[in-house]
Design a protein around this ligand. Sequence first.
Ligand SMILES: C[S@@+](CC[C@H](N)C(=O)[O-])C[C@H]1O[C@@H](n2cnc3c(N)ncnc32)[C@H](O)[C@@H]1O
Length: 215
Amino acid sequence: MDAKTEELRAAHDVLAELYAERLAGALDRMPIDQAVLGLFCDLTLAAGLGSTVADIGCGTGRLVPYLAARGLSPQGFDLSPEMIRVARRDHPGFRFDVADVRDLPLPDAALAGLVCWYSLMFLAPASRPAAFRELARVVKPGGYLVTAFKAGDSRLRRGGHSTGLGVEFDVYWLSPAEMERQVTSAGFATAFWGGRPAEGGEGSPQGYLLAVKAS
Ligand SMILES: C[S@@+](CC[C@H](N)C(=O)[O-])C[C@H]1O[C@@H](n2cnc3c(N)ncnc32)[C@H](O)[C@@H]1O
């Protein structure tokens, strides 16, 4: 594992309990996130490719119960072993495993869909094409990918320090155009994109992209 990935993983190990506390119930107060995830669930089920989906960069697993309630069979993967420990503790009915988005322990075309909620914005420009190709590899043709991200100018920032927990890592607030370029270069076609202004202390607008893998 390279030094940047090690730094990112170690930071999220430290952040896991804070995330669990801060984000508990957050989705209930976020109708736009619910609507985008709900659209993903509906389109995925309507595609008739089964209900098996993965939440990549699942963190503490907070989205998985929502996906299951909408009829999907989700499992979670995350780079951080601590995030996975907390996800297993807080959502014992679901499967969670440690994995990097660039090397997923899944066969080709294993999934009907993929969720990447604020988990693709840590990828350095050079590693993005391989990561998006890996996402495309594990989805069936006609299956869906949905992602949420902090939207911005795509330049490198250092994140984590605002938590006060002594962690830092590289993060990119991606432009919607860059996100769409990566997704379409990997063989997906855009089905929906959108965004909303920053709320409260968010610091950036939020971007959403839903794409379908070419049949
Ligand atoms: C901002 S958190 C979002 C967590 C979760 N998706 C949510 O919305 O609550 C980003 C998560 O992505 C994970 N992550 C970052 N880079 C990753 C990678 N290359 N592979 C897998 N997970 C990654 C981090 O460990 C962290 O748990």
